[in-house]
Design a protein around this ligand. Structure first.
Ligand SMILES: Cc1cc2nc3c(=O)[nH]c(=O)nc-3n(C[C@H](O)[C@H](O)[C@H](O)COP(=O)(O)OP(=O)(O)OC[C@H]3O[C@@H](n4cnc5c(N)ncnc54)[C@H](O)[C@@H]3O)c2cc1C
Length: 347
């Protein structure tokens, strides 16, 4: 006689974060072991999993939001996955092994786990300057930000993007395509200085200027000025000069989203610290994958390495524990139609 309480009960797998790295991990797991787990996913955004990378073509009017969905609502139910979309996990009890999330109306949802995946991504960094909380000051990370930029472009004319890296230039290009006059403020010596050398950075700037973009290189933002309506109206620099702005997009970097992990007392250092099997070093039942994870001291910010992590994590969850993630080399491509820019390796 089988003495187990319920020999057929599946293990419970819960994932916090319904983004690109996490859902790719689940896809890989379903290929390897479709019946091993009861899967529950919590996602703070009220959407099914979508291709975040393609927000830039959406902003530029080249694609629609519907076209960038990677896994629609039916995918979750077809695969027996319980999705709590629009629900932010606020607490994890590691002793009772329960995840707790709160609804917009304050209702609490609980989900017990045997294995837990943290896939909370990153938060955009907002410069801590006066005026950062004014209406019309945005980051560029998700559908809500993209929608807010698209709406602003129908009503306002002057946009300033702070940050001349990949994300900032894609935001600037999209807003320009939507008819706004766009200035890019960049403190670095040339554009995309992490990926390009000086000659390439200047070539890129010239091509973008020919399309109508304006650059304020070396400009140091001091504060954002608001109008009587509470909306941003100008940006002021340290030298006292001002530029009109009724939309300000900050694209000055990202930080791994580790607040929940820290509240759970998981070891965090530049991200949630994981081993080569993507297990947190603190609790072997808990894994981390994607931009929130720090592997050998690196938190990656591009999808290719995150998908490699997801593959290894899936093999481990599927109990084919031979895969090891050993790190990745990265490359980037600027998604501005008409400018073919690709960067790889060290220069
Ligand atoms: C506009 C834009 C363009 C990009 N272009 C490129 C590109 O060209 N090439 C490239 O490689 N990368 C690009 N990236 C980066 C790429 O999108 C990210 O590396 C990737 O999305 C990271 O995946 P992730 O799953 O770690 O995080 P995310 O995709 O951000 O997913 C994390 C999810 O977790 C949710 N979450 C967080 N905390 C909680 C919680 N407590 N409870 C519930 N849910 C929570 C978040 O709401 C989010 O939906 C781009 C990013 C942006 C914003």
């Amino acid at each position: 006689m089988d003495m187990r309480v319920n020999p057929k009960a599946k293990l419970k797998l819960v994932m916090v974060g319904n983004g690109m790295a996490g859902v790719r991990t689940i896809e890989e797991l379903l290929k390897l072991a479709p019946d091993l787990y009861d899967i529950t996913v919590f996602g703070a955004e009220p959407h099914p999993n979508y291709n975040r990378i393609l927000l830039s073509p959406v902003l530029a009017g080249e694609q629609t939001l519907d076209e960038i969905v990677l896994n629609d609502w039916a995918w979750y139910s077809d695969n027996g996955i319980t999705l709590h979309a629009g629900k932010t996990v606020t607490e994890v009890d590691r002793v009772k092994r329960v995840v707790r999330a709160t609804d917009a109306d304050g209702t609490m949802i609980e989900a017990p786990y045997d294995r837990l995946i943290m896939a909370t991504g990153s938060n955009p960094f907002m410069l801590p300057i006066p005026g950062k909380d004014l209406a019309g000051v945005l980051a560029y990370r998700d559908i809500a930000d993209t929608q807010a930029m698209i709406d602003a472009a129908t009503r306002y004319s002057h946009a300033v993007v702070i940050g001349g890296g990949l994300l900032g230039l894609e935001a600037a290009n999209g807003l320009m395509k939507r008819g706004m006059a766009v200035s890019v403020v960049h403190v670095g010596p040339w554009l995309m200085e992490r990926q390009l050398d000086e000659v390439a950075g200047q070539l890129l700037q010239k091509s973008l200027e020919e399309r109508g973009m304006t650059f304020l290189m070396g400009a140091q933002t001091q504060e954002l000025l608001g109008g009587e309506d509470g909306r941003v109206k100008a940006i002021r620099f340290k030298d006292g000069s001002e530029v009109p702005a009724d939309l300000v997009v900050m694209a000055v970097g990202i930080r791994p989203n580790t607040a929940l992990a820290e509240s759970m007392n998981l070891h965090v250092n530049k991200g949630i610290v994981v081993s080569d099997t993507l297990q947190t070093v603190t609790d072997p039942r808990i894994y981390a994958v994607g931009e929130c994870a720090a592997h050998r001291g690196i938190a990656y910010g591009l999808v290719a390495p995150l998908f490699e992590q997801g593959k290894v994590l899936a093999t481990h969850l599927a109990e084919f524990g031979i895969g090891r993630y050993v790190g990745s080399l990265t490359s980037t491509k600027l998604k501005v139609t008409g400018i073919d820019l690709f960067s790889a390796g060290n220069f």
